[in-house]
Design a protein around this ligand. Structure first.
Ligand code: FES
Ligand code: FES
Length: 252
């Protein structure tokens, strides 16, 4: 019996050690992949024999990188260039948080190899504003409160900008009713906006406000803001009969 227990404990220890070693290697490899020239905390460097020189143009500035061919555009932006606006939500092409523009078209940077972007113009959320002047889409997101935690917002905004270009170019979506219509530019209804933005997930559920923001920029017509800061609508809240009842005003 004791022998059996010892064997079992030995087996458990072996499994734990194997998992720890695998995790260590994974961490080391991830570090090596994204930081080939930086030393690890133990002083080891990862200048891989397979590293290649890549020149990217990001937000109008040239960036020369030495990276392994398997490094994604997202990791190159965040870990090598230091542009952390694009977010890593799922790293599997399912959430849209990493969306950036490459030559004006939206791409999921977590599924795009950085080496394939040589010679292109990459635009991230950091490159949209002109000094203190926000891009119209950024301003509309602020006006319509198109975010809560903001994690998905850089990807949402880049996607939204691309959606407007796609509509202008007459590119049909799954819900476009007449793909032969003339003039070719697609009018973005709310259904069109929702369908075209469906690859960008917002766990905070800011969807109605995101749609309002995109609608405003697309139509170039001011849309009514549907939210107010606390306090601005205090009177309105206390005008609600139920609230009056609760505060005893109705009886007075
Ligand atoms: S991080 Fe790229 S799609 Fe989620
Ligand atoms: S604002 Fe929080 S995930 Fe979209």
């Amino acid at each position: 019996m004791r022998v059996k227990l010892r064997r079992r404990r030995f087996g458990q220890l072996a499994v734990v050690s194997a998992v720890a070693a695998a995790f260590g290697n994974l961490t080391k490899n991830t570090f090596a992949q994204t930081n080939p020239k930086r030393p690890t905390p133990s002083g080891q460097t990862f200048e891989s024999a397979g590293s290649v020189e890549v020149k990217l143009r990001v937000n109008g500035a040239s960036q020369a990188l030495t990276i392994e061919p398997r490094v994604t555009l997202l990791d190159a932006l965040r870990e090598r260039i230091g542009l952390t606006g694009s977010k890593k939500g799922c790293d599997h092409g399912q959430c849209g948080a990493c969306t950036v523009l490459v030559d004006g078209r939206r791409v999921l940077s977590c599924l795009t190899l950085a080496v394939t972007c040589e010679g292109t113009d990459v635009m991230t959320i950091e490159g949209l504003a002109r000094g203190n002047d926000l891009h119209p889409m950024q301003a509309a997101f602020v006006k319509h409160d198109g975010f809560q935690c903001g994690y998905c917002t850089p990807g949402q905004i880049c996607s939204a900008i691309a959606v407007l270009n796609e509509a202008k170019n007459g590119e049909a979506s799954y819900v476009t009713t007449d793909v032969r219509q003339k003039p070719r530019a697609v009018q973005l209804t709310d259904d069109e906006i929702k369908e075209r933005m469906s690859g960008n997930i917002c766990r905070c559920g800011a969807y109605p406000n995101i749609v309002a923001a995109i609608r405003e920029v697309h139509t170039d017509k001011a849309q009514a803001q549907t939210w107010q800061f606390a306090g601005e609508n205090e009177t309105a809240i206390f005008d609600v009969p139920e609230m009056k009842k609760e505060t005893g005003e109705a009886a007075a």
